[in-house]
Structures are given as structure tokens and as C-alpha cells.
Design a protein around this ligand. Structure first.
Ligand code: ADP
Length: 167
């Protein structure tokens, strides 16, 4: 019952026409982002760059999502910190919002998208991870995004290992 053969009453076993590659791609496309999400690390854009770096170390993550009034406004990665520190930025006085990659340039994924869609976005945009978001309307009536989780290269690698081990 690996999916390559199927059984029908009075017919017996027959070849489904699916290769093992078809089955793996069907499986990956069937896994929703919501099933593999991990905890997002989120800070407000007024937090200092220094506190952002401390958060990154304490939470052991490679990127932090930035919000204002609880809505997604940006992403900060390790390179963003390094680039700005080399430039001589005052890390105690500069708010993290000044150095982040900003909306609308943030690549996001929704809970009901497949893990394959998430992996394609990560590869195409050459980034380490994606915020999982829900689209809402803010009090001003504008479109805004709540951060519900994250999907990273590690999430995808973990899935790859499970598939490889046939778990
Ligand atoms: P690192 O800095 O550790 O290489 P990334 O490759 O994820 O991490 O980040 C590279 C650049 O892309 C950074 O400037 C970062 O702000 C930005 N970035 C990271 N994640 C996203 C995302 N989901 N959408 C848009 N830009 C992102």
C-alpha cells in the first residue's frame, strides 16, 4: 500500500501509474505550513538594535520579525545587524525599525499554503525563513498582517530528514 500498487475487489492488484517521485511530491504538496510552524520571535520596531541582538542570541534564531501596534512591519536578520554595525551605528540609540527590511518587501506565507510553496519562496528570495501571517484589517481600515508563526530552512530540513527516514 505504498501508493504504487492499489487493490480493487474482483480486479486484484493494479499499478496506479504513480512513481515513487510522484508520491513524494504529492506528500510534500499535501503538508500545510500550519503543520510545521514554529514559534515566531517578534519585537516592536521601537526596541533598540542592542536589545534585538540580545533577543537573537537568547532565542537562538537567525531572524526576528518586527511589529508596530502588533502588525508586521519588517524582518531583521544577522546580516542586517552586521552591515549596520560595520557602518558605525549606535546600537543603544538606534531603534531596530531603522535597520529592518520593510513591508511591503516582506515575503510571507499563509497557514493554508503548502510546505512546498514555503520552500520555493525561501529558495527564490534567498532568505532563511518566512513569517506565517494572517491578513486582517487594521483600525484605519488598511490591510495589515498578524504574525502567527515562522517557517525556516530548519523546518524544511527537519521534514526532509523525516521523509528520508520514512518516519
Ligand atoms: P542572513 O542575514 O543570516 O543571511 P537572510 O538570508 O534571511 O539571513 O536575510 C538576508 C536579507 O533578507 C536581510 O536583509 C533580511 O532582512 C532579508 N529578509 C529575511 N527574511 C525576509 C523575508 N521573509 N522577506 C523579505 N526579506 C527578508
Amino acid at each position: 500500500m505504498s501508493g504504487i500498487l492499489d487493490a480493487r475487489p474482483k480486479v486484484g492488484y493494479f499499478y496506479t501509474g504513480k512513481t515513487s517521485f510522484n508520491l513524494i511530491s504529492e506528500k510534500i504538496e499535501g503538508i500545510k505550513v500550519s503543520e510545521r510552524k514554529s514559534m515566531p520571535i517578534v519585537v516592536d520596531e521601537e526596541v533598540s538594535v542592542y536589545d534585538g541582538i540580545v533577543t537573537m542570541f537568547l532565542e537562538d534564531v537567525s531572524s526576528i520579525f518586527i511589529t508596530s501596534n502588533g502588525y508586521l512591519t519588517g524582518v531583521v536578520s544577522r546580516k542586517d545587524f552586521l552591515k549596520n554595525l560595520i557602518g558605525g551605528m549606535n546600537l543603544h540609540k538606534t531603534p531596530i525599525g531603522v535597520i529592518m527590511t520593510r513591508m511591503p518587501n516582506i515575503i510571507t506565507v499563509a497557514m493554508d499554503e503548502s510546505i512546498l510553496d514555503a520552500a520555493v519562496k525561501i529558495i527564490e528570495h534567498e532568505i532563511d525563513g518566512l513569517p506565517i501571517v494572517e491578513e486582517v484589517v487594521d483600525p484605519e481600515g488598511d490591510r495589515a498582517y498578524k504574525v502567527l508563526g515562522r517557517i525556516t530552512k530548519t523546518s524544511i530540513t527537519r521534514l526532509f530528514v523525516e521523509l528520508g527516514r520514512n518516519e
